[in-house]
Design a protein around this ligand. Structure first.
Ligand code: NAD
Length: 498
């Protein structure tokens, strides 16, 4: 039986017990230990138990991985395949991901605490879909002939860049890796991927599946390790042509510095967010509350585009606060392997400490509507209640800073202009939502909201067909959609006189 929606907690537990973890570095199509021999523990935040110990890649391993990627790129084993040939391999990879959804979903769930029911119906099938989408797109993009006229033929072609370094976070380990790998590989580049130290396991399994699909050795290398050593070494490497990053704004800025201080590699950043959700009085308030709860409690609120700031018209504020408190009561955390759980633990104790620090500051700066406590389960104390604050000072930390946990702030406004001023008053500009039945208002507010994606009467609208990314300190460059290929290719002109 492979219908994951029918799996019980016992089914998932049995599969978890039978898992074999890939825990070496993947270079040149082989699993190898770290040059230093160092290893680090991968801990299940739901229980505090050690899952396995993983090779801890450092600068020497990054060097080996980049050298392997460079050899593969230069000899053309992948870079000079036709787009249709690359498509076939990536479609096989998508099919293999689909065959292995339960395993890939479990790896992410055990590694970082997300609900396995979400990982198996959203993350892992999503990864297959994103590989498939980019694979299918790549042999449908035409190059250009410039309109020079005369006896000149100026061809403008897209060419792969060479070696791409990809550094990704832990909140959607498989999908964040896929969002980089699918377009990077489809365009013919070689890649060195560094997954987050909290969640390296699905990326290592993905590398194996890519090899099984026929991706030539060296085209995809995966180096698990810590940010300050493996991540920094990749960011500073002189033979990496392009570095794509998803993670925090603070670390994103480091990658710009690394590039400036090394070989001026291209750097593309998808970073933090503090996304506003504007609720006008004419909205469908039940639908708005349902989706707002999804927007902040899905994946424990560990979502870059989480709708963490609700801005609600003063005339409906009390009704919305009541609705949100009722939704929060339904979103209590539990065992991520239990299909009945509404949230899992946060990624680790350290992050739970950070989120609890924000909650403590919120208690000083406003009124706690619900939640606000940490919950101990099994041997883990990484579970945090869904939490809502209101009556906050506008300069409160919980209003201004990205918390990356299940914490919602609710503020009120009286006019559209005031709502927009509050919404745009942030260093971030990743996503925003607007709830209203008035089409004119929906469009004019959307026009004035500073965000990469504005969702109207929904939250977090996203698909392989639409670009995803931010403005201001949420980053630049776009993942997904046909535009994602821009980051992984250069325009090259060949001019022929005849
Ligand atoms: P993080 O910035 O701490 O880590 C992300 C990656 O960078 C990890 O692989 C980590 O090892 C590496 N890293 C950390 N320090 C480094 C250093 N000094 N040098 C080089 N590499 C380093 O972020 P996180 O805690 O893993 O993820 C949460 C953040 O990611 C949030 O800010 C969230 O908003 C952001 N995020 C953004 C998007 C988006 O698309 N905009 C998507 C998901 C997550």
């Amino acid at each position: 039986m492979n219908d994951v929606t029918q799996f019980t907690r016992a089914d998932w537990q049995a599969r978890a017990a039978a898992l074999r973890f890939r825990n070496q570095i993947w270079i040149d199509g082989r699993a190898v230990p770290a040059a230093s021999g160092a290893r680090f523990e991968s801990v299940n935040p739901a229980t505090g138990a050690v899952l396995t110990d993983v090779a801890r890649g450092g600068a020497e391993d990054i060097d080996r991985a980049v050298a392997s990627a460079r050899r593969a790129f230069e000899d053309g084993r992948w870079s000079r395949k036709t787009p249709a040939e690359r498509k076939e391999v990536l479609l096989r990879l998508a099919a293999l991901i689909r065959e292995n959804v339960p395993e890939l979903a479990l790896l992410d769930s055990l590694d970082m605490g997300k609900l396995v029911k979400d990982a198996s119906t959203i993350d892992a099938p999503g990864s297959a879909h994103f590989f498939q989408w980019h694979a299918e797109a790549i042999d449908k993009i035409y190059d250009e002939i410039a309109p020079t006229g005369g006896r000149d033929l100026a061809m403008v072609r897209r060419v792969p860049l060479g070696v791409v370094g990809a550094v990704v976070p832990w909140n959607f380990p498989l999908d964040m890796a896929t969002w980089k790998l699918a377009p990077a590989l489809a365009t013919g580049n070689s890649v060195v991927l560094k997954p987050a130290e909290q969640s390296p396991l699905s990326a290592l399994r993905l590398a194996e599946l890519a090899a099984e699909a026929g991706l030539p050795d060296g085209v995809l290398n995966v180096v698990p390790g810590f940010g300050e050593d493996a991540g920094q070494a990749l960011g500073r490497h002189a033979d990496v042509d392009c570095l794509v990053f998803t993670g925090s704004t603070a670390v994103g800025k480091m990658f710009q510095r690394y590039a400036g201080e090394s070989n001026m590699k291209q750097v593309w950043l998808e970073t933090g967010g503090k996304s506003p959700n504007l609720i006008f009085p004419d909205a469908d308030l039940d639908a708005a509350a349902d989706m707002a709860a999804f927007g902040i409690f899905f994946n424990q609120g560990e979502v870059c585009s989480a709708n963490s700031r609700m801005l609600v018209h003063a005339s409906i504020a009390e009704e919305m606060i009541e609705r949100m408190a009722a939704r929060a009561a339904q979103a209590q955390p539990g065992d991520p392997l239990d299909p009945a759980s509404a949230m899992g633990p946060l990624v680790d104790r350290k992050h739970a400490d950070t989120v609890m620090g924000f909650i403590a500051s919120g208690k000083q700066a406003g009124r706690l509507v619900c939640g606000g406590e940490r919950i101990a389960r099994d041997a883990s104390d990484a579970y945090v209640q869904p939490t809502i604050f209101t009556d906050l000072r506008p300069d409160a930390r919980v209003v201004r800073e990205e918390i990356f946990g299940p914490v919602l702030t609710i503020q009120t406004f009286k006019t559209e202009d005031e709502a927009l001023a509050m919404a745009n008053d942030s260093p971030y500009a990743l996503a925003a939502s607007v709830w209203t039945r008035d089409l004119g208002r929906a469009l004019s507010v959307s026009d004035r909201l500073n965000a990469g994606t504005v969702s109207v009467n929904t939250v977090d609208a996203l698909s392989a067909m639409t670009p995803f990314g931010g403005m201001k300190q949420s980053g630049f460059g776009r993942d997904l959609s046909i535009h994602s290929f821009d980051k992984y290719s250069a325009l090259k002109t060949t001019w022929i006189k005849y």
